[in-house]
Write a protein that binds this ligand. Structure first.
Ligand SMILES: [Zn+2]
Length: 157
C-alpha cells in the first residue's frame, strides 16, 4: 500500500486528471497491462494506455483485441472511465465496449469530478451491456489529490 501508485508517475498538467489503470486476468490473477495518463506519447488516458499496450503485444488494432484477451478480465482504474472527450478521441468507455465483453467488471476508486465534462454517463453504458461498475472506496482523498495535482486550486478541494 505504501508504494507509489502508477497514477503518481503521470505528469501533472492543468488539463487532465492523473489516473492509473490496470487490466487483470481474474482466472490466473495475472496483470495483463498497466497504464497511466500520458504514459504513452499523445493525449493518452490510463485505460487507453493499457489497451494500446495489449493491442501492440498481440499485434492487432485495439478494436480487434477483445477475442485475444482472457475471457474473465477486469479493469481497475483510479477514476471512472471517461465517456466523452473534449479532444474528440475515442472515450475509454467506448474502448471498453469495443472489447466485446472481455472486461467483466470495472473497479473504480472515484467518480469523475465534473470539471471538464459535465456528466459521465459511461457507467450506464457499461452496465447496459452487463459490465459491472464497482466503486471501491477508501482511497478517494489520495487519489483525487494525485489526479488533480497541477490543476488550479479554487477554494476547498
Ligand atoms: Zn479516458
Amino acid at each position: 500500500m505504501a508504494t507509489a501508485h502508477p497514477a503518481e508517475k503521470s505528469p501533472s498538467k492543468p488539463t487532465n486528471f492523473r489516473v492509473g489503470a490496470l487490466v487483470l486476468d481474474v482466472d490466473t490473477n495475472t496483470i495483463l497491462a498497466t497504464g497511466y495518463t500520458l504514459e504513452l506519447e499523445g493525449n493518452i488516458h490510463a485505460e487507453q494506455c493499457c489497451f494500446m499496450k495489449l493491442a501492440k503485444e498481440h499485434n492487432v488494432a485495439e478494436d480487434q483485441l477483445g477475442p485475444l484477451l482472457p475471457k474473465n478480465s477486469v479493469l481497475y482504474t483510479t477514476m471512472e472511465p471517461c465517456n466523452k472527450r473534449l479532444s474528440g478521441n475515442l472515450p475509454c468507455t467506448e474502448r471498453i465496449l469495443n472489447l466485446k465483453g472481455v472486461i467483466k467488471t470495472v473497479y473504480v476508486s472515484v467518480l469523475e469530478p465534473e470539471k471538464f465534462v459535465r456528466q459521465n454517463e459511461g457507467r450506464k453504458k457499461l452496465e447496459d451491456v452487463g459490465i459491472k461498475v464497482e466503486l471501491v472506496g477508501g482511497l478517494e482523498d489520495r487519489i483525487l489529490a494525485v489526479a488533480t495535482a497541477g490543476h488550479e486550486q479554487k477554494g476547498e478541494v
